[in-house]
Design a protein around this ligand. Sequence first.
Ligand SMILES: NC(=O)c1ccc[n+]([C@@H]2O[C@H](COP(=O)([O-])OP(=O)(O)OC[C@H]3O[C@@H](n4cnc5c(N)ncnc54)[C@H](O)[C@@H]3O)[C@@H](O)[C@H]2O)c1
Length: 309
Amino acid sequence: MNRSILIFGGNGFLGSHLAEKAIKNGMDVTVVDDLSTMEKINVPEKVHLIKEKIEDFLSNEKYDIVVHLAARPSPEDYIDHPIDTISSNSFGTRNALEIARKNSSVFMYTSSSEVYGDAQIIPTPESYYGYVNPNGIRSCYDEGKRFSEALIMAYHRQYKMDTRIQRPFNVYGPRIREDGQYGRVIPRFIKWALNDEDIIIFGNGKQTRSFLYIEDWLEATWNFITKEGLEGSIINIGASQEITVENLARKVIELTGSKSKIIHKDPRPDDPFRRSADTSMARKLIGFNPKVGLEDGLLKTIKWFEGGN
Ligand SMILES: NC(=O)c1ccc[n+]([C@@H]2O[C@H](COP(=O)([O-])OP(=O)(O)OC[C@H]3O[C@@H](n4cnc5c(N)ncnc54)[C@H](O)[C@@H]3O)[C@@H](O)[C@H]2O)c1
């Protein structure tokens, strides 16, 4: 069993769950996070938390696993901070790779389903090259992820590093951040519904997304970083079942018993029309088999939001 793990962006939604699991499994956990998207400390006390940018972090410590989750993944946030966004997933990726290379660590990167852009093949397999606007308002995020994937594969090929790339689709659950009006629909819809506020949908609401509950993401990610023989692999981690954004809003209203009304605004530029993960590769490589259905996951997430978080 690997004993030490360095998690960039480990105080965020996905990272804090991963840090917790690593602690429970007896690992030494270091988190490097600039706390830019979440100021609240989410990781257990046993975690060695360093407030620093991934681009600037230097270390002589030995890490068995290095994980790069650091990003500004919420569309409204990355559109407001495009340079920070592309920096953490270009200069930051390079810095994290160098740390992993010097330590001969396993390196795992969270890319994104956004590398597919407005995908023309649904469900989308890893072999799909993407349909991405290279300089539109979302490009600071999408192209940062695509560049990082290229850089990681260059390190894998040139230095024979054990690199692993996952492309999460929409993951949700407790600790997911809710902010702004656009992107990350589940936490926003829940928050609005709990306050009986209008639920805003950009466009006609017929765009689809597919949602994976955090427990299923965590199990898949744990297998992905700890299993032998996965060097150089790239997998989707997400759900295949699609739901329209309109139906999601209705479901959240129903499950919260809310009086919220749905209102529509103009569509946002480059908003992908459909999202659904082809997860056959993840099934084959790590036995991926998500267990939590959307309704159960939503109820657990609503309960967490009701707890005042
Ligand atoms: N949650 C999802 O559905 C989803 C989907 C696709 C991809 N991802 C990817 O997974 C990763 C984690 O996402 P999340 O949902 O936990 O988001 P999050 O915002 O909750 O966590 C990201 C963390 O990175 C930190 N961070 C941002 N810029 C940094 C920098 N320059 N240096 C150090 N730390 C920095 C933030 O402070 C935050 O704690 C991201 O790379 C994201 O792009 C997430």
